[in-house]
Structures are given as structure tokens and as C-alpha cells.
Design a protein around this ligand. Structure first.
Ligand code: F6R
Length: 594
């Protein structure tokens, strides 16, 4: 949530660089944006902020702003509405200190009251962030250097944060991390700092990760890391980055979402291309664990719920799914022999990290599946596997979700001692998805979207592992098209939800060619009898369907095959309704707040 960018170097166009970098971070938040620049000899920091998306801002408008040190921010509002005043950076009273921040300062109200004593109108925004520059200012007025005041401020703050600080009179940037990501990019005579790597990838491919409890002091030639608890020095290894900028750019595509959907041709193959030894080791951990828990949020949560079925059906292994925000309630069941499998595309989701903390407190082991290497989730795990989906920029998760599903299905097969069989099934799936994801298929699903895009409600049903996919289908449709969509287990309809169905209500049925098929067809018939317009996503057409979207017949991998046309449908529903599917309202890609 929120994108942070900072630059210090010899280029006097730091402002332009910052705006450019923020554009790559916009997926993290797009309510408003702002930058601050330190210009030589200026008494105050220069700043410009506005509501709206940074993508609409021209870099050339910043060409005549001179300064070789700058910080910027793209916001997803938490404290205070979407206004210019609440946009970052935030400043102290004299505008000598600027701060950009990601996260939530939980004790902001207490700190605000304390700082405001005897001072009227000290705060100009409603944000929690604004306490940071005022705290630094307070400590400096008490005689501390900027760095010492910064460290003291870190100690004053409760909550999750990543922030960067710039001062008019200091030739360096300071940045601290406690829970929210910050990565340092090392250039020639220049340093970058950002919430995510693509923001500076065109300038450097060498990075250092800031860990929780650490801060960095960046000047043009050196990055000095220390603990903000003990001030002890920390040595970091330079890490080369392997992905290229192109993979994280839209190219010829209208939207990242469609690009990423089509990329599933390759991303699925990468997900299952794992080291057999590593998968077998994980399988052994699952076999010997007393209590296996699967947890993630939103789409990743629905993937975990599907995996609960995978482990049951494929490996006859009992596992427990809980959304990460609910997981702490299960702490009574955790013990040192338990295993938490945490699934997260970004690896930065606060609720997932909190679930992991709870498991760690009980000394349980944690296995994570992430898409971002070096992410907080990966680093805090006992074992971690990369799904290798490549950068996912659209807010709605698509290729990451199917990669997570594929890898979890592979692990379920390995747990059953059938890794080879699982691999063969998934390799077969990859080939079939490759054949299927062609322009004709997209065009066909667009036509289906044209039939239903004006509707107010859509219902989706599934059974077994396709039940969580019905829930995931609802998320996809809700978040990008804003149509009211709900997913149900097919057999649950008659216990209440069927009362919602009227003549021509679009109902989507996710079918597999397995033992669930007949029951599902009965549920479809129940809907049809109430006049529903049935869209069947299934390996075979059926007389009950008004529209059939074909999917390959892929056995236990059916949830993966069924999810892809849903993603395409959600995409076209969004476009037909005039929405930008890449940046849905009220959402952000990486949810680093609880
Ligand atoms: C929906 C979506 C979200 C994420 C959720 C978890 O399309 O993308 O529901 O799945 O916020 O994010 P990660 O996987 O980064 O932990």
C-alpha cells in the first residue's frame, strides 16, 4: 500500500527521476501523489502534490526543477481522505524536513496530542504520517543531530512503517523499515530507494534489502545500514536482480490485466518447473506435521481453500484453511510440530505476516509460496518456494493465482508420493492452456461479456475445488467490473441463495469432468428452472447451458483451467463498463496494513 521512491545522486533532474519512478509504483496506490526536492541553497524544500494518478502527470513539467535529491510517494489513503493536503510528502513546520511513508502509525493520535501541546495548527493534514517530521523536528530542537533525531523517532513509533526522510541542510537520505518494504538500488555515484524494484530497474540492477528494525543512511557513494534499536552497524551483500524492465511493462497491451492473463501460457510452466528435491522435502514436512494450515488473503486465500481440496482428494491429507486475517484465532491449535503454508503474491501482505508471527510464537514451522523473491514473507519463512509468475502489476491477481494453484497441486501430488504423476498432469495442462489462450478464445469470451455487462448481479457456483474458484470468480468480477457477484457451493443454493435468482439472472457454473459433475448439473438445472441465464464453463457443452465456454479436461487441475476464462470475462466486463481494470477503485496491489 503506497509507493515510495527516493533518489540521491549527481543528476540535477532528481524530480523527473522521482516522477518516473513513482509511475512504476502506481499499482501500490493511486489516490494522490507528491514529491519533494532539495534544491541547492534553498531554505525550504520544494514540493508538488496533487490528487489523482501519477500516470497522468508529464515528467517534462518537472524539467526546470533543479535538485539532485528527491523523495516521492503514490498514496492509497488510510488516515484521512483523498485530498492534496493529505498527499505525501509531509513536512515539519519550517518545511526543512520532508517525509514519505508507507504503513500505519498506530500511536499517531497519542503522538499528535503530545506534539500539539501548546501549539495551535501544527498539523496541516489528517494523516498519521505527519507526526514523523514533527517528531524529528522536536528531537532536533532538543539538540540531536538529524540522524539521532531520526533514530529516536523510530523508537517513538508503533505500527508498521517504511519511511524516507530528507532535510534541507543534510546531504543524505535516511530511511527506516518496520514491516513495510524498502529496497535500495545502487548506481554509479547515485542511490535509489523504493517500495519495489521495477521503480529503479532502468538505472541499476544491484540492490540491498532493508530488513525490519533497520535504517539506512544514503549519500551519493555509500549506503550505511544500522539497527535503529541498537545503532549497531549491519553489513549487506549486493544482490543482482534478474528480471528485466520489459517483463514489468505493458508493451503493446491495453492493460496489464490482459497481458498477465495471456502470460499464463508461460507462467504456469515456470511455476511447476521446481527442483524435485525441494518439493519432496516440503512433501515430507507436510506428511510429518501435526496440523497443516493453509493461509492467505483474498485471491491467495481462495487458492489456499482450493488446496485444502487438493490435499484431501489427491493425498488424503487433512489440512485446514483460514484467511490470514482470521488465522490468529486458531492459535490454540498450533504447536511446534504444526506447519503453516502461507501463500502471498507480493509477500508483503500485513495479515499474512501477522499469521506467520502467530505461528512463529507457537514455534510452528512456516512454508511460504511467494512471487516476489526477497519479500518479507519469504524472508520470515523456514522454507520458501517461488512461484516465478514474473511481475504482476494489475491489481487483480491472475497469473499469480494460477501459478500458486499449480504449485500447491504439485505439492499435493508429492505428498501422496506421486510427484511424477502430478508433473505429467500439470505439463499436460500447460500445453492445453497454450492452445486455448488464443485471440479467438478471448474474442468469444468478450462476446459473452457483451451479453451480461449491463446486469447488476452475477452468481457463480462450483463444487469441490471449484467451489473456492466460484468464490474467486466473484472477487475477480467484483473488483474490476463493480458488478455485484457472489460465489456459492452448488449444493448450497437450495438452502437460501436461490431466492435471489430471477428470469435472466446470469449464473456461471464451473464444472469438472469428475464425480462432482452430476451434482453440479442438478444444481444448474435448479437455477435454469428459475429462469437463470446459464453460462457453463466446462470441458463439454450441455443442453442446460445458454452459453458454453470450453475448457480443457484436465482432471484434478480443473480449477486452474476454469479460472482462466473467468479472469478473461471479468476483464472484458470491466472494459465494457468503462473501468480501468488495472487500477480498480478503492484497491491497491499490496495490502501492507491490517
Ligand atoms: C484480488 C487480489 C487480492 C490479493 C490479496 C493478497 O485479485 O489480488 O485479493 O490476492 O490482497 O495479496 P498477496 O497475494 O500479495 O498477499
Amino acid at each position: 500500500m503506497c509507493g515510495i521512491f527516493g533518489y540521491i545522486g549527481t543528476d540535477n533532474h532528481a524530480a523527473q527521476k522521482t516522477v518516473n519512478g513513482l509511475k512504476d509504483l502506481e499499482y501500490r496506490g493511486y489516490d494522490s501523489w507528491g514529491i519533494a526536492v532539495r534544491s541547492p541553497r534553498a531554505q525550504e524544500l520544494y514540493s508538488r502534490k496533487n490528487v489523482g494518478k501519477i500516470s497522468g502527470v508529464a515528467e517534462k513539467d518537472f524539467a526546470n526543477i533543479v535538485g539532485d535529491m528527491s523523495i516521492g510517494h503514490s498514496r492509497w489513503a488510510t488516515h484521512g481522505g483523498v485530498t492534496k493536503k493529505n498527499a505525501h510528502p509531509h513536512f515539519n513546520h519550517d518545511k526543512t524536513i520532508a517525509v514519505v511513508h508507507n504503513g500505519i502509525i498506530e500511536n499517531a493520535d497519542v503522538l499528535r496530542r503530545r506534539l500539539s501541546e501548546g501549539k495551535r495548527n501544527l498539523f496541516v493534514s489528517e494523516t498519521d504520517t505527519e507526526v514523523i517530521p514533527h517528531l524529528i523536528d522536536y528531537h532536533m530542537k532538543m539538540g540531536k543531530s538529524l540522524e539521532d533525531a531520526f533514530v529516536a523517532t523510530c523508537g517513538d513509533l508503533k505500527g508498521r512503517f517504511a519511511f524516507v526522510v530528507m532535510h534541507t541542510e543534510s546531504d543524505f537520505l535516511l530511511a527506516a523499515r518496520s514491516g513495510s518494504p524498502l529496497i535500495i538500488g545502487k548506481g554509479e555515484g547515485e542511490y535509489f530507494i523504493a517500495s519495489d524494484i521495477p521503480a529503479f530497474l532502468e538505472y541499476t540492477q544491484v540492490v540491498n534489502y532493508l530488513d525490519d528494525g533497520e535504517y539506512v543512511k544514503l549519500n551519493r557513494t555509500e549506503a550505511r545500514f544500522r539497527s535503529f534499536h541498537t545503532q549497531k552497524k549491519i553489513q549487506k551483500k549486493d544482490i543482482p536482480i534478474v528480471f528485466n524492465k520489459e517483463a514489468a511493462s505493458k508493451g503493446e497491451w491495453d492493460h496489464f490485466m490482459l497481458k498477465e492473463i495471456v502470460e499464463q501460457k508461460d507462467s504456469l510452466a515456470r511455476a511447476i518447473n521446481q527442483d524435485d528435491k525441494a518439493i519432496k522435502k516440503i512433501a515430507r514436512e507436510i506428511q510429518k506435521a501435526r496440523g497443516v494450515f493453509l493461509s492467505g488473503c483474498g485471491t491467495a486465500g481462495k487458492v489456499c481453500m482450493a488446496a485444502e481440496y487438493f490435499f484431501s482428494v489427491v493425498a488424503e491429507r487433512h489440512t485446514n484453511f483460514a484467511p490470514s486475517s482470521e488465522f490468529p484465532i486458531y492459535h490454540h491449535f498450533l504447536r511446534p510440530e504444526s506447519l503453516l503454508v502461507a501463500v502471498s503474491q507480493s509477500g508483503e501482505t500485513a495479515d499474512v505476516l501477522e499469521a506467520m508471527k502467530v505461528a512463529k510464537r507457537k514455534k510452528s514451522k512456516v512454508l511460504s509460496l511467494v512471487n516476489v523473491s526477497g519479500s518479507s514473507v519469504a524472508r520470515a519463512s523456514d522454507y520458501s518456494l517461488l512461484i516465478n509468475a514474473g511481475p504482476e502489476k494489475a491489481v487483480a491477481s491472475t497469473k499469480a493465482a494460477t501459478s500458486q494453484l499449480a504449485l500447491l497441486l504439485l505439492i499435493a501430488y508429492a505428498t501422496a508420493g506421486k510427484l511424477k504423476e502430478g508433473k505429467e498432469l500439470l505439463i499436460g495442462l500447460v500445453g492445453k492452456i497454450n492452445d486455448q489462450l488464443n485471440p479467438k478464445y478471448l474474442e468469444y469470451i468478450k462476446k459473452v461479456a457483451e451479453i451480461i455487462f449491463r446486469e447488476n448481479d452475477v452468481y457463480i457456483i462450483g463444487k469441490s475445488a471449484n467451489y473456492p474458484m466460484a468464490l474467486e470468480a466473484a472477487i475477480k468480477i467484483q473488483e474490476v467490473s463493480y458488478i455485484h457477484a457472489e460465489g456459492f457451493a452448488g449444493g448450497e443454493l437450495k438452502h437460501g441463495p436461490i431466492a435471489l435468482v430471477k428470469k435472466n439472472t446470469p449464473c456461471i457454473a464451473l464444472l469438472a469432468n469428475d464425480e462432482t459433475k452430476d451434482d453440479m448439473l442438478s444444481n444448474v438445472a435448479e437455477l435454469k428452472a428459475r429462469g437463470a441465464y446459464i453460462i457453463g464453463i466446462a470441458p463439454e457443452d450441455h443442453a442446460l447451458f445458454d452459453k458454453w465456454i470450453s475448457v480443457p479436461d484436465v482432471g484434478a487441475a480443473s480449477p486452474i483451467a476454469n479460472l482462466i476464462p473467468i479472469q478473461i470475462l471479468a476483464y472484458y466486463l470491466a472494459v465494457l463498463r468503462g473501468n480501468n481494470p488495472d487500477m480498480p477503485r478503492n484497491l491497491a496491489k499490496s495490502v501492507t496494513v491490517k
